[in-house]
Design a protein around this ligand. Structure first.
Ligand SMILES: [Cu+2]
Length: 125
């Protein structure tokens, strides 16, 4: 191999590694819900082909309010289910629907549409 072939091969490897990391690498962070004046840890969640943000970080022992706003007509997302907290809500298009609960124990909890196709995660610290 000459120098340019080596360079191209290396660049290719770097690119492949980068793509693999992007799709399968660990996802850090997530949106940390700030405490509002009403004493809730609040986050807006956009529902459109998925949940944005799809990872929400809160502290345990403090009430949480997730304000879901659905901006699509696809029936898939018309309901959100937080099974670990015994909560679910219909999400009419364009309306802000608050869902409140108290996360008592640290851990990771999923929320999803009723068929489990759209998923989000709540990290309770
Ligand atoms: Cu669905």
């Amino acid at each position: 191999m000459n120098t340019s072939q080596i360079v191209v091969t290396l660049l290719g490897l770097i690119l492949i590694t980068g793509i693999a990391w992007f799709f399968w690498g660990p996802r850090k962070g997530g949106f940390r819900a700030p405490v509002t004046s009403r004493g809730y840890q609040e986050a807006m969640v956009l529902v459109k082909g998925g949940y944005t943000p799809d990872v929400i970080v809160v502290e345990h022992g403090k009430p949480v309010r997730l304000n879901f706003r659905r901006e699509e007509t696809a029936s898939c997302s018309e309901m959100v289910v937080l099974s670990d907290f015994g909560k679910s809500a219909m999400l009419p298009q364009g309306e802000i629907v608050p869902v409140e609960f108290l996360p008592e124990k640290p851990g990771e909890y999923e929320f999803s549409c009723q068929m489990g196709m759209l998923r989000g995660k709540l990290i309770v610290e």
